[in-house]
Design a protein around this ligand. Structure first.
Ligand code: PLP
Length: 393
C-alpha cells in the first residue's frame, strides 16, 4: 500500500492533514518521503513513471489530496497557476472554437486569451456583466468553454456559480472556474455543477509565499484530456515543490479560516472608519452580491479592497504601513497590500480601469493570520501619519 490512509469521507482538516500521504514503510517516518528520481524501472509496460508524465509517487499522492479537497474525482498539479490555466483552456479549445469569459479575470489569464488565442484560431468573447444573461448573450454555436473567476480580483464581485453551470449544461458547454481567491476551504464549485476547478496553488494552497504551483481538479475523463496536452507542453511541478505543497496544505483549513475571520472583522472596522469611503468584501451585508456569496461560499475569504476618503493619498498611506507589506502576490500567512491601478491592472487604460470600477486610490488587502488588532493598529497609525502630513485634509 503506497498511501497512509484514504480520508475521502473525512472532514476537511483531516483530508488536509492525511489524504495522499505516502506511507514510509521502511522507517515509519511521520511524513511522506520525497522521491526525486526522474528515472524509474518499469513496473509494467503501462506504468512509466516520469515527472513530466505527472505520475511520480509524490505527484500522485498530492493529486489525491487536492482532488478530495475540491470534491473532484482526480487532479493534476502544475508548475504554476498559469500552466494549469493555459493547459486546461487549450485542451478544450480547438481551431474554430469559441470561449466565453468573464471580463474581470486575473490579468495573466486575460493576457493569455487576448495575446495567444488568435494564433491558435480560437475565438473568444469577454462578458462585462456578472449576471447569467450576459453570458448567455455571448454564447455561439461554436462555444465550447465558459470560464469564470469568483470572487473576482480586485473588487470581489460574485458570480452565481450554479446559474452559470446550469446554463452551460443545457448547452453542452464545459465550465471552468479559477477558484484561487476562495480556496477549497470557502468554495467547492464542483458541488455547484462546475466541470473544471483551477487553482494558482501559489496562493492559499501554498500559503507561505514560497511556492509557485497550479492545480486542476475534475472528472477522470476531463483530467485525462488535459493530461494529454500537459505532457506535451511540459508544465509539471518538481517533486521537491510537490512535497512542500503537500506539507503546506496540512494547515490550509486552519490558515484560511483564520484569514476569513480576520478579513471579516477588518472589513467591518474599515466600513465604520471615518477616513474610508468604500469597502469591497463579500462578507459585508452592504456588498451588492452578499446574498449569492452567502449561498455558495462557506466563508468569505481573506481578500478585501477599500478606498480612502477623497483627498487622502493611498500611495503615501501604503508607504506608511509597517506590518502590512506592499506585495504583488497574495494569500500568504502575512498581510500584504497593493494598488491595482499601478500593479495588477496597470496595463489597462485608465478609462477602462475606471469603467470596471478600479479607481487610482483603490487598495487591495490580502489579510494574513497576524492578530487582527495588530493589522488594524497598523492601518490606523498609517492613516494618522498621512493626515498629519496632509494638514489641509
Ligand atoms: N489566478 C489568480 C486569481 C491569480 O491571482 C494568479 C496569480 O496571481 C493566477 C491565477 C496565476 O497564478 P501563478 O502566478 O501561480 O501562475
Amino acid at each position: 500500500m503506497l498511501y497512509r490512509m484514504d480520508s475521502k469521507n473525512k472532514g476537511f482538516n483531516t483530508i488536509c492533514t492525511h489524504s495522499g500521504e505516502i506511507l514510509d514503510k521502511q522507517f515509519k517516518g511521520a511524513i511522506s518521503p520525497i522521491y526525486l528520481s526522474t528515472s524509474y524501472a518499469f513496473e509494467d509496460v503501462d506504468i512509466k513513471r516520469y515527472p513530466r508524465y505527472f505520475n511520480t509517487p509524490n505527484q500522485e499522492a498530492l493529486c489525491k489530496k487536492i482532488a478530495q479537497l475540491e470534491k473532484g474525482e482526480t487532479s493534476l498539479i502544475f508548475g504554476s497557476g498559469m500552466a494549469a490555466i493555459s493547459t486546461s483552456l487549450l485542451a478544450f479549445l480547438n481551431k474554430g472554437d469559441h470561449a466565453v469569459l468573464q471580463r474581470s479575470l486575473y490579468g495573466g489569464t486575460a493576457n493569455l486569451v487576448s495575446e495567444e488565442f488568435e494564433k491558435y484560431g480560437i475565438e473568444y468573447s469577454f462578458v462585462d456583466s456578472q449576471c447569467v444573461d450576459g453570458f448567455n448573450e455571448k454564447i455561439k454555436d461554436t462555444t465550447k468553454v465558459i470560464y469564470i473567476e469568483t470572487p473576482s480580483n480586485p473588487l470581489l464581485t460574485i458570480i452565481d456559480i450554479k446559474a452559470i453551470s446550469n446554463l452551460a449544461n443545457q448547452k453542452g458547454i464545459i465550465t471552468m472556474i479559477d477558484n484561487t481567491f476562495a480556496s477549497p476551504v470557502n468554495q467547492n464549485p464542483i458541488e455547484l455543477g462546475i466541470d473544471i476547478v483551477i487553482h494558482s496553488a501559489t496562493k492559499y494552497l501554498g500559503g507561505h509565499s514560497d511556492i509557485l504551483a497550479g492545480a486542476v481538479v475534475s472528472k477522470e475523463e476531463h483530467i485525462n484530456k488535459i493530461f494529454q496536452l500537459a505532457k506535451n507542453l511540459g508544465g509539471s511541478l518538481s517533486d521537491f515543490t510537490v512535497w512542500m505543497l503537500e506539507r503546506s496544505i496540512k494547515t490550509l483549513g486552519l490558515r484560511v479560516k483564520e484569514q476569513n475571520k480576520n478579513a471579516l472583522e477588518i472589513a467591518t472596522w474599515l466600513e465604520n472608519h471615518k477616513d474610508v469611503s468604500s469597502v469591497y468584501y463579500p462578507g459585508l451585508r452592504s456588498h451588492p452580491d452578499h446574498k449569492i456569496a452567502k449561498e455558495q461560499m462557506k466563508g468569505f475569504g481573506g481578500m478585501l479592497s477599500f478606498e480612502l476618503k477623497n483627498g487622502l493619498n493611498a500611495a503615501v498611506f501604503q508607504k506608511e504601513l509597517k506590518l502590512i507589506k506592499s506585495s504583488m502576490s497574495l494569500a500568504g500567512v502575512e498581510s500584504t497590500i497593493l494598488s491595482p491601478a499601478v500593479t495588477s491592472h496597470a496595463l489597462l487604460p485608465k478609462e477602462e480601469r475606471e469603467r470596471q470600477g478600479i479607481r487610482d486610490g483603490l487598495l487591495r488587502l490580502s489579510v494574513g493570520i497576524e492578530e487582527k488588532e495588530d493589522i488594524i493598529n497598523d492601518i490606523e497609525q498609517a492613516l494618522q501619519k498621512i493626515k498629519a502630513l496632509q494638514p489641509e485634509y
